[in-house]
Design a protein around this ligand. Structure first.
Ligand code: G6P
Ligand code: ZN
Length: 582
């Protein structure tokens, strides 16, 4: 066994190491500065109780973006020096964010140990490469992101750090499965490189009926296209859709993970998942071949998802509502019923209508998956989702891109169980239209203004808050812009009291709620790494089944006009059009 020594290295604090809800995200050039990553990792170890470090097992892996391999070797050496007993690394350093959550919750070592936490190396849907983003976040033993109490402590530590501990074992070959053991001052230290997909696949098999999904995927009537945007989802897609479920390999596009995501923006939406959008017949020019029946994409770390039908886009807000409405019949994990459902505030109210009809507990939380985690730990939420292409359930404590696809395939398999040998296929579009005719339709769109001057963005938000003091004035302005929209009945900044721990989160988005159920919501993104991103969420409810088939941008045009003029978007930001529309 190789023996290592531990050194204490002097360091000085870096500004701005405050982890957001999704960890610390910065340009690779920032992370690559000497001691930058080291300071953050040591500050994290110091923020945890000793039992989560000394003698503990921790997971270190991520979406494989540029700088991950260097970061993994550094974290292994620092873990060894801090008295960690064992580090689990997915082969090649790859584990999707949901897979990390699953590994923390499910994996057990030969001697019965479970992981006490994980460093997840990802900047999610942000581009990767030497000049792009890297990120690191810490998840706790429930498989979910560290709560604010811990991230605040980490930040405090980064402001005063004077030294960090690092050991000097040789680099470990993370491309080969197996255990490498070392001996240090505190005894044995193991690095266990394991298959990145096995634990996750096992969990998915315990949730879904793989046989019925296989019948659908291998039916000549069905066709499928999955785009991993060169993120880590590719390895799970290959293993699950092709090897386990029998889909043809040609169903997968961009499924080889790349450090720079092939130069693309690994965010599964209609703007960035261009190849998939074109293949599904939703692009500007029609595809050469008949589009597949079902399409889906994931972001870099595979927690987000986009669901498409043939020439048809399913909004994430509709997606979670439809999954919730069909889960009990279609997905064995939910067969005994749902404990409750939840959505983030800016997500459309489609889920609310399902919850009401099915008499389910319902929660509206601020943006950020951690709020769902609390509800799940308390056993009151089974399925949840966000407009930002996140959908998931209480099987783990992160959103789960592959899970969402399997959920949709399960619904399709269930609806088509008698159709595969004869009869017309029930399509994604059929399922959505049927849902609208039962529950009504929430027309929905989101306008993003990325990389806006941060000062200008703040002023715009302040202007919108100021306006809220007089609804009469607001309504006068709105009537002047469009006389065909309904009146604002209520306007506020969303505030949330967590029903589980009683904590209060303020300033979670500016809301204008209209008498007819329409909503305008304005928020500043919490996940960007340069400037500010303004998000405008626009929603209108239509109950009349005769009117649920309109083009969404047409139906929403009056409200969009009101949103942009009321907020003085162009005046404040200088932008005449959004960067992305979803
Ligand atoms: C991450 C979080 C999500 C959240 C999203 C919002 O993906 O995990 O829970 O919805 O960020 O991002 P935004 O940029 O709108 O703050
Ligand atoms: Zn992500």
């Amino acid at each position: 066994m190789v023996v290592f020594a531990v050194a204490r290295k002097d360091t000085t604090p870096f500004d701005g190491q405050k982890p957001g809800t999704s960890g610390l995200r910065k340009k690779v050039t920032v992370f690559a500065q000497p001691n930058y990553l080291h300071n953050f990792v040591q500050s994290t170890f110091d923020a945890l109780t000793a039992d989560k470090v000394k003698g503990a097992t921790i997971v270190v892996s991520g979406d494989g973006r540029y700088f991950s391999k260097d970061a993994i070797q550094i974290i292994i050496k620092m873990a060894a020096a801090n008295g960690v007993r064992r580090v689990w690394v997915g082969q090649n350093g790859l584990l999707s964010t949901p897979a990390v959550s699953a590994v923390i919750r499910e994996r057990v070592s030969a001697d019965g140990a479970k992981a006490s936490g994980a460093f997840i190396l990802t900047a999610s849907h942000n581009p990767g490469g030497p000049h792009e983003d890297f990120g690191i976040k810490y998840n706790m033993e429930n498989g979910g992101p560290a709560p604010e109490g811990i991230t605040d402590k980490i930040y405090e530590n980064t402001k005063t750090i004077k030294e960090y501990l690092i050991a000097d074992p040789p680099d470990v070959d993370i491309s080969t499965i197996g255990v490498t053991s070392f001996t240090g001052p505190e005894g044995q230290f193991d690095v266990d490189v394991f298959d990145s997909t096995t634990d996750y696949v096992k969990l998915m098999k315990s949730i879904f009926d793989f046989e019925s999904i296989q019948r659908l995927l291998t039916s000549p009537k069905f066709s499928f296209c999955y785009d991993a945007l060169h993120g880590v989802a590719g390895i799970y897609a290959t293993r699950i859709f092709v090897e386990e479920l029998g889909a043809d390999e040609s169903s997968l596009i961009n499924c080889i993970p790349k450090e720079d995501f092939g130069g693309g923006h690994p965010d599964p939406n209609l703007t960035y998942a261009k190849e998939l959008v074109a293949c599904m017949g939703l692009g500007k020019s029609s595809p050469q071949d008949e589009p597949p029946e079902f399409g889906a994409a994931a972001d870099g770390d595979a927690d987000r998802n986009m669901i498409l039908g043939k020439r048809f886009f399913v909004t994430p807000s509709d997606s979670v509502a439809i999954i919730a409405a069909n889960a009990v019949q279609s997905i064995p994990y939910f067969s005994s019923g749902l404990n409750g459902v939840a959505r983030s505030m800016p997500t459309s109210a489609a889920l609310d209508v399902v919850a009401k009809n099915l008499n389910l507990k319902f929660f509206e939380v601020p943006t950020g998956w951690k709020f769902f985690g609390n509800l799940m730990d308390a056993g009151v939420c089974s399925i949840c989702g966000e407009e930002s292409f996140g959908t998931g359930s209480d099987h783990i404590r992160e959103k789960d891109g592959i899970w969402a696809v399997l959920a949709w395939l399960s619904i399709l398999a269930y609806k088509n169980k008698d159709n595969l040998n004869g009869g017309k296929l029930v399509t994604v579009e059929d399922i959505v239209l049927q849902h609208w005719s039962t529950y009504g339709r929430h027309y929905y769109t989101r306008y993003d203004y990325e990389n806006v001057d941060a000062g200008a963005a703040k002023e715009l938000m302040a202007h919108l808050v100021n306006l809220q003091s007089s609804l009469a004035d607001v309504n006068k302005i709105i009537q002047g812009i469009r006389s065909d929209v309904s009146k604002v009945a209520e306007a506020d900044e969303f505030e949330y009291k967590d029903p589980v721990d009683g904590s209060i989160s303020k300033h979670q988005g500016i809301r204008y709620l209209f008498q007819d159920g329409s909503r305008l919501v304005f928020r500043l993104s919490g996940t960007g790494s340069v400037g500010a991103t303004i998000r405008v969420y626009i929603e209108q409810y239509e109950k009349d089944p005769a009117k649920t088939g309109r083009d969404s941008q047409d139906a929403l045009a009056p409200l969009v006009e009101v949103a942009l003029k009321l907020s003085k978007m162009q005046e404040f930001t200088g932008r005449s059009a959004p960067t992305v529309i979803t």
